[in-house]
Write a protein that binds this ligand. Structure first.
Ligand SMILES: [Zn+2]
Length: 405
């Protein structure tokens, strides 16, 4: 048991950080070397391909006449931020008070390490998958997966591979304020789009301001957006009780003005949105315009590679879904509920969906009431029992899903 935990803790010691403008492949190479040494039987039994510089595709070959199935986990982590705010070394991989501490322990090295450990256990037990199992370990999910997940996907498209499903991060075990605990399997994820609000007004001396300034107009429009909400889209009944149903609209960047006694002629805000399944980037654009234009504000879509439409809603009537649900229910604590839902952020599964008929998102880790907000925060940590549950869950899921025809 200890060696399972320490192999995992070892992966935290590699600062595989991906952030705009800061990217080194060297920690990824060292993480791969480490993984190939501590899970040597996995790396010698499965076929490995490297894509996009540091993304890993492992293939556990089964009957090539049957559809393969995919599991995905990204190796990269967000920066630790101000390390002084951590109560431990974010890249120390410390095991203390029944927890493993450090950046990536939940998001998402417990998946990367947990899957390798599960394969290792299955190999030791002589298990052979009936159909092929692919493991996709991207290296730039936190900055959009434009290099890793995209390169893996393109190579699978070139080889004509279509998987029955991909299992990625996303849903978790949530404890709600009323004390109920529920495992939420996300069968859809939101899209991503940012918009620029542009306010233009009189530029001149601040001693003689007009009634409405560029900054004041912009502020009113932002408040109006915060006070409004998009009409709910039509969604299938399976996700209708999701807590993340609503499209979110959040101001994230403000700019305007260059000197304290000059009225700026222009002020701008960036509004980041997450369109819900059933909605679209175009519908969100239209909605923001309908709120902001009466203030005289121009709205434009910020064209960048991160734009994505909300995902389709995956089927709950497939053998893979059933294998997943059974594996979840076997591995959560008694009394834990189960529901399908929507994941509010983007994952690499949006890229893998091009080579997978369905995308499911679940990690059997308990998130407290801070929920997903805790993931990129300081003092990221996972309980040893949660990590061991990940390993057992992956081992059960892989053996169930790969045994089906
Ligand atoms: Zn993640």
């Amino acid at each position: 048991m200890n060696s399972i935990v320490h192999r995992f803790a070892g992966t935290i010691k590699f600062p595989t950080v991906s952030a705009p403008g800061s990217f080194s492949l060297e920690p990824f190479h060292r993480l791969r070397e480490y993984s190939a040494s501590v899970w040597s039987e996995v790396f010698s039994s499965l076929e490995m391909e490297l894509h996009g510089g540091a993304s890993i595709l492992l293939k556990w070959a089964g009957d090539s006449a049957l559809e393969p199935v995919m599991l995905a986990a990204h190796q990269d982590v967000v920066p630790a931020g101000e390390s002084g705010k951590w109560s431990c070394d974010p890249y120390g991989g410390e095991v203390l008070r029944n927890r493993v501490w450090g950046r990536g322990t939940i998001d998402y090295k417990c998946g990367f390490s947990g899957m390798l450990e599960a394969v290792s256990l299955l190999l030791a037990g002589g298990f052979k998958p009936r159909r092929t199992v692919l493991f996709a370990f991207g290296h730039d999910e936190e900055v959009g997966g434009l290099c890793g997940a995209k390169a893996i996907t393109e190579s699978l498209i070139t080889s004509g591979v279509v998987c029955s499903s991909v299992l990625d991060e996303g849903g978790y075990i949530y404890s709600d304020p009323d004390g109920t605990v529920t495992a939420e399997l996300a069968i859809a994820e939101k899209g991503y789009a940012s918009f620029r609000l542009i306010s233009e007004a009189f530029q001149g001396h601040s001693s003689v301001p007009p009634d409405r300034t560029a900054i004041g107009i912009l502020a009113r429009a932002i408040v109006a957006l915060e006070d409004s909400s998009m009409p709910l889209p039509y969604v299938p009944v399976e996700i209708s009780s999701s807590r993340w149903l609503q499209t979110t609209i959040a101001p994230t960047v403000l700019s305007g003005g260059c000197k304290e006694n000059v009225l700026p002629g222009k002020a701008e805000a960036v509004i980041n949105t997450r369109p819900s399944p059933g909605s679209s980037v175009a519908a969100v654009h239209e909605f923001i315009e309908s709120v902001a234009e009466p203030f005289g504000i121009a709205v434009e879509l910020i064209d960048n590679p991160s734009i994505s439409e909300p995902s389709p809603v995956s089927s709950t009537d497939t053998p893979d879904f059933k294998a997943l649900k059974t594996s979840i229910l076997h591995n959560v604590a008694p009394g834990t509920g189960f529901r399908c839902g929507i994941f509010p952020a983007a994952t690499d599964s949006r890229r893998y969906s091009m080579v997978a008929k369905n995308a499911y998102r679940f990690l059997p880790v308990c998130l407290d009431q801070r929920g997903i907000g805790a993931l990129h925060s300081v003092d990221e940590s996972i309980s040893i029992s949660d990590y061991l549950r990940c390993v057992e869950f992956y081992a059960e899921y892989i053996s169930r899903v790969s045994s089906k025809s």
